[in-house]
Design a protein around this ligand. Structure first.
Ligand code: BMA
Length: 334
């Protein structure tokens, strides 16, 4: 493939956040010079704001943010922004509307993803229901959020939808887990005809062998909404290494088959980003970079990834989609 043959799907977004690659930088992705883009105390009651999801909305951006409060309870908050850098986050937590109190009974909520499909924004998050599972809701306006059935049985985390139906069904990646700080984890794929019943479960990928790619040898989980390209679905995912000091979270990239996304075509051996800056290595949980959202512009091939840093603040990293695809293919461990 020559670079110019690459097709990237999505609406154009020329005004998305961007900074050119710093001089002398040889890395595929680089950090925003003003990181962290969202401080931990952006609202009076927040202990930390991280692992959050942003999308283009009207003439600006909207987001669902993980704001752990000063009781250290995990909560979601809605925010709006003109430039996707300066955020106005509501001080009151997001309240879901749900007809069924069994499902609507709020316990905790964290690690949201937001995906626009057809006419609405779907939110998936780690929802407390006898342990973590994947909560699902939709909104048209980021004011009212209609909560649907949980997608899976507990325990599950990292529910990430595809931005269009596949094989006529809604499609989601997820990561079955346990009720604690799961020391294992593979990514699976599921389909649903109606956003209520999820099935056709397929295995996508396991942690990598330690000898091949140690940053992702303990567990892995999908990050932002996959981006459709002519080379396959570009998936940015986190991977975990269990060191003598605990878990270390980095992120890398894979290309999934367009029609059968459980088939992995390429998977990066080296990471795209690992915890190296002070704000990624110091905080409530040291040594964590955890991506949950990305903005991209198909014409310029630019991507901006939002990632949680040390479970405390939110960072932004930039790259070019064609370069990330080339990197994924060139350094693939498959
Ligand atoms: C995972 C989730 C994430 C968190 C990560 C590191 O299990 O809880 O929200 O960023 O651990 O603590």
């Amino acid at each position: 493939m020559s670079k110019s043959d690459l097709i990237i799907k999505g609406d154009s977004l020329p005004g998305m956040p961007w900074e050119d690659r710093p001089q002398g930088c040889k890395e595929v992705m680089w950090r925003f010079s003003k990181n962290p883009v969202i401080p931990r105390n952006i609202i009076p009651t927040s202990n930390s704001v991280f692992n959050s999801a942003v999308v283009p909305f009207k003439d600006g951006y909207a987001g669902v943010f993980r704001c752990d409060d000063t009781n250290r309870r995990m909560r979601l908050h809605v925010g709006f922004s003109k430039d996707a850098i300066h955020w106005d986050i509501k001080e009151t937590k997001l309240e879901f509307v749900c007809d069924d109190q069994e499902i609507g009974n709020f316990v905790y909520a964290y690690d949201p993803r937001v995906c626009f499909i057809e006419d609405r924004y779907y939110v998936t998050w780690c929802n407390g229901y006898h342990g973590p599972t994947i909560g699902v809701a939709y909104t048209f306006d980021f004011e009212t959020f209609h909560q649907l059935e949980n997608a899976y049985l507990p325990f599950n985390r990292n529910g990430v939808m595809f931005p269009r139906k596949i094989n006529g069904n809604y499609a989601m990646l997820s990561r079955p887990s346990d009720n604690g700080h799961t020391p294992f984890g593979d990514i699976f794929y599921s389909e649903s005809p109606d956003m209520c019943f999820w099935g056709k479960h397929r295995h996508v990928m396991s942690p990598a062998p330690f000898e091949d790619s140690a940053w992702q040898c303990t567990k892995i989980g999908a990050g932002p909404i996959p981006i459709e390209t002519s080379e396959g679905w570009l998936l940015i995912y986190h991977g975990v290494l269990h060191s003598c000091n605990g878990f270390v979270y980095s992120f890398g990239s894979a290309l999934l088959d367009l029609d059968q996304p459980w088939k992995v075509k390429f998977r990066s051996g080296p990471y795209l980003l690992s915890p190296q800056k002070d704000y990624e290595c110091m905080g409530d949980v040291p040594n964590v970079v955890f991506p949950c959202a990305a903005l991209h512009d198909p014409e310029s091939k630019r991507i901006a990834v939002y990632y949680g840093c040390a479970d405390t603040v939110t960072g932004l990293a930039f790259g070019y989609i064609d370069e990330i695809i080339e990197f994924t293919k060139k350094h693939s461990i498959i």
